[in-house]
Ligand binder design. Structure first.
Ligand code: ZN
Length: 300
């Protein structure tokens, strides 16, 4: 029995190793958003792995032993930067000495980066929610991949152009849908402040309970402020996020109820993590559409 068990471990060990060695360059990313962009640009030429799957909160994420191995095996690493992956920055600094490690958010010009309203010295890292800003970061992926694999230049440029056309179409579609919400009701309330770029690019006011990082605490006073705001503005719905606990928003709903104002949960938004792989929400465009449809259908 014992021998059988050992053999099973060896077999599992072997098969996962052959999987990792597909012969294609291995590109490792932190978030699913970045992995999706790499797939769009590089197609089948590279193998892409993202460390953070559905429901994972990047602000608090610590690399596992398996992640360190994956990063060690990677040919190229892309991460968001702007302190999104707060607990992983030391690892990336170290890896930079060995291979190409690119923080795609850090090439975005300073005047396109929003700051934390509570602490203007801190950059808001949630750049994927402004499609035009995200295109700047994705262009850095294209540039880096062409530097690494110059033979594929024409193909990567062509893929980027086709993808950017789809992203422009997505942005226009989102504007049209958001215009269905009466102007006074264009207010997005969530647990943590992930949607400032989204609000900024589509003309919505955004309020978060927790600040930019899920690390920050919120108090009774923060809940009360949001509750007063919702009641005064007569806002119908607030939203939960797939990568953040529902506790905070439940406190807001309860607080509003005590004030005699009924608030609905408008649905679940993908903020820092995308949906499951293989589903529509597991792609950047799919999760963006899901968010827009969920927001508009609850607030209009
Ligand atoms: Zn966040």
């Amino acid at each position: 029995m014992f021998i059988l068990f050992i053999t099973a471990i060896l077999l599992v060990g072997c098969s996962s190793k052959t999987e990792e060695k597909s012969g294609k360059p291995l590109v490792v990313t932190t978030t699913g958003q970045i992995a999706d962009a790499v797939k769009e640009i590089a197609g089948d030429n590279v193998e892409v792995k993202s460390l953070m799957g559905p429901g994972v909160d990047p602000h608090l994420y610590k690399a596992t032993q398996g992640d360190l191995q994956t990063l060690e095996q990677a040919d190229t690493i892309f991460y968001n930067g702007l302190a999104l992956e707060g607990k992983m920055s030391d690892i990336f600094e170290k890896m930079k000495k060995e291979k190409t490690v690119s923080a795609i958010g850090e090439v975005v010009p300073a005047d396109r980066i929003l700051s934390d309203p509570m602490n203007p010295k801190l950059a808001d890292p949630h750049i994927w929610f402004d499609i035009d800003v995200w295109k700047i970061a994705v262009a850095e992926i294209t540039k880096t991949l062409i530097e690494e694999y110059p033979d594929n230049k024409d193909e990567y440029k062509k893929n980027e152009k086709a993808y950017f056309d789809k992203l422009d179409e997505l942005s226009n579609w989102a504007d049209t849908r958001i215009n269905e919400i009466p102007e006074q009701q264009r207010v997005l309330v969530t647990a943590h402040d992930a949607f400032s770029y989204f609000g900024n690019s589509h003309g919505m006011e955004v309020r978060g309970l927790q600040g930019l990082s899920t690390n920050s605490e919120y108090g009774l006073k923060d809940v009360q402020n949001i509750v007063d705001f919702l009641a005064d503005e007569n806002i119908k719905a607030v939203f939960i996020e797939s990568s953040v606990s529902e506790k905070a928003m439940n406190a807001v709903i309860q607080g509003a109820k005590e004030k005699g104002h009924t608030i609905q949960v408008g649905g679940e938004l993908f903020s820092d993590a995308m949906g499951a792989e293989g589903t529509e929400e597991g792609t950047y465009i799919g999760m963006y559409k899901h968010n827009v449809n969920t927001i508009v259908d609850s607030l209009k």
